[in-house]
Design a binder for this molecule. Structure first.
Ligand SMILES: [Zn+2]
Length: 206
């Protein structure tokens, strides 16, 4: 079972991925995670990726393809791809090389996404992320795990969030259109509760 999850930041892709990993034993693959892993292990691709990331540039598609291909090929029991593909080229590459069983778009309006992202708090010490709307710490502004102070991340200000959202729409509009033409595409209302969303996803998978 190979699944692609699309959605704006704040749509709950990470949470839904975790649930699917647990239920079906799929491997959760994000490009950010792959880059971090390759950089840490100092692989050839990791070194190349780092040279772009250090300059604040996006890793060019050819290297992203190579890193993603390797990870997808080794996920023998299936994968959940999250954050890839981001553009039309990446989508064509993916569909040419891999069998994709289901594509889910977690659909969320910009306003709700902004509200959810602004409700995020991160522990200053251990970096665990909370959300004061649905994943509150036991004590206000204190990390459950290490007792560290919870803060709003610097890049989670309204201006930066709006910029990221605009970029997402711009980049993924064509991706969504291409996937929509296929029979295995499902759009899910992401303003619903996490459990309703996961039930919908699971019913489409089964
Ligand atoms: Zn902490």
């Amino acid at each position: 079972m190979n699944v692609v999850l699309l959605g704006i930041q704040g749509s709950g892709k990470g949470t839904q991925s975790d649930l699917l990993v647990e239920k079906y034993g799929l491997v959760h693959i994000t490009t950010g995670g792959l880059f971090r892993q390759n950089i840490k292990q100092e692989t050839r691709l990791g070194k190349i990726a780092k040279s772009f990331i250090d300059k604040g540039e996006l890793v060019p598609d050819e290297y992203a393809f190579e890193i993603v291909s390797k990870a997808l090929s080794s996920a023998k029991d299936g994968f959940i791809l999250d954050g890839f593909p981001r553009n039309l080229e990446q989508t064509k590459f993916l569909l040419n090389k891999f069998e994709i069983d289901k594509v889910f778009l977690l659909e969320l309006d910009d306003e709700t996404a902004i509200e959810r992202i602004l409700a995020r708090r991160q522990c200053k010490k251990c970096k665990k992320v909370y959300n004061i709307l649905f994943q509150k710490p036991k004590v206000k502004n204190v990390c459950d795990i290490c007792g560290g102070e919870l803060i709003l991340r610097e890049d989670d200000n309204k201006k930066a969030i709006c910029k990221r959202i605009e970029k997402f729409h711009h980049e993924t509009e064509k991706v969504i259109k291409l996937f929509k033409e296929q029979s295995n595409f499902f759009s899910i209302n992401a303003t619903q509760s996490l459990s309703v969303i996961s039930k919908e996803i699971i019913s489409k998978i089964n």
